[in-house]
Design a protein around this ligand. Structure first.
Ligand SMILES: [Zn+2]
Ligand SMILES: [Zn+2]
Length: 267
C-alpha cells in the first residue's frame, strides 16, 4: 500500500513538471529577442535557444555556432541549433557533442535540381497570410509524393550523418497548407517517418507555431515508443504553450516521454 502510494506520488510529480521548450529563436538568427532577453524569460518557464543553422551572416559556420554556444551558455541557457536538413553542411561530431541538443528541420526540398521552398506555406499555416497562392501547384499528387520521399531522405541523412536529437515540426511542408494531413501524408508514410525517429533515438517535436504533428500522427508515434519534445518555435516574446498542451492532451501523450533540455542518451 505504501509503495503503491509513493508510486502514485512520483507519477503526479512528473505530471506537474513544466515542459521544457527546446525550440526558441533569438536575434542570432531570425528571432526578435536578444540572448539576454531569452535568458531572463527562463524564469517564466523552462526553455533553451535554438537558432537556425546556417543563417546568413550570423551563423555562417561551426565557428559561429561554437561562439553562439559559448555566449548563450554563459547566460545560463541550454543551447541547441535548428539544423536545416538537406541544406546545412555536415555537422562535425565535435560541434554536435558540444551543443546540448540539435533540432533537425526541413524548410525546403531539392527536387530534380530545383529548390521547392515552404516559406509561403509556413506563413499561411501560421495565419500571417490569408491565401496560399501555390495551393493548386501543391495539390498535384505526383509533386506531393516527390516531396514526401525527399523529406524522408533528408531526415534519414540528418539522423545517420549529423545525429540530430529532435525532429522539428515533423509534418510541416507545403503539403500541410493544402489539406487534411491524413490525406496528404498517407499512414504508411507517417509510419516510416516515425520508425526512422524511433530507430535513431530522435524525439518527435510537438510544435506550437505550426500546430504539428496532427493527433493521429502523435498517437502512432506514441504507440511506436517515440520520445517527444516541446517546441514553441517562437521568434517573439515567450507565450503560454496553450496549443501544445491541447495537442498533448488530445493524443494522451505521457509527460515522462518528453525531453527535458538534454538529448536522449544513445547506446
Ligand atoms: Zn523551422
Ligand atoms: Zn524554428
Amino acid at each position: 500500500m505504501s509503495a503503491e502510494g509513493s508510486g502514485e506520488l512520483a507519477g503526479s510529480t512528473a505530471a506537474l513538471r513544466a515542459l521544457f521548450d527546446h525550440h526558441v529563436h533569438s536575434d542570432r538568427s531570425d528571432g526578435t529577442v536578444s540572448l539576454e532577453g531569452r535568458a531572463r524569460s527562463v524564469a517564466i518557464r523552462p526553455h533553451g535557444v535554438s537558432d537556425h543553422y546556417p543563417w546568413r551572416d550570423k551563423l555562417r559556420n561551426e565557428d559561429d555556432v561554437l561562439r553562439y554556444l559559448d555566449e548563450a551558455s554563459r547566460l545560463g541557457l541550454r543551447v541547441g541549433i535548428e539544423y536545416d536538413l538537406g541544406v546545412a553542411p555536415p555537422l562535425t561530431a565535435r560541434t554536435r557533442e558540444a551543443l546540448h541538443y540539435v533540432i533537425g528541420a526541413v524548410h525546403q526540398v531539392e527536387l530534380d535540381g530545383k529548390w521547392v521552398g515552404f516559406d509561403d506555406a509556413g506563413a499561411f499555416v501560421k495565419g500571417r497570410t490569408k491565401m496560399f497562392a501555390e495551393a493548386e501547384r501543391f495539390a498535384d499528387r505526383v509533386l506531393q509524393a516527390k516531396i514526401r520521399e525527399r523529406m524522408l531522405e533528408v531526415v534519414a541523412q540528418g539522423i545517420a550523418r549529423d545525429r540530430i536529437d529532435i525532429l522539428g515540426h515533423p509534418t510541416f511542408s507545403a503539403l500541410q497548407a493544402v489539406g487534411d494531413p491524413e490525406i496528404v501524408y498517407p499512414e504508411e508514410w507517417q509510419e516510416r517517418l516515425i520508425a526512422l525517429c524511433v530507430a535513431g533515438g530522435v524525439a518527435i517535436e510537438v510544435n506550437e507555431s505550426y500546430g504539428v504533428p496532427h493527433r493521429e500522427f502523435l498517437v502512432r508515434a506514441a504507440r511506436a515508443g517515440a520520445a517527444f519534445s516541446v517546441g514553441s518555435d517562437t521568434h517573439f516574446e515567450l507565450r503560454p504553450l496553450a496549443r501544445t498542451e491541447a495537442m498533448i492532451a488530445a493524443a494522451d501523450l505521457e509527460r515522462s516521454r518528453f525531453l527535458g533540455g538534454a538529448r536522449l542518451s544513445r547506446a
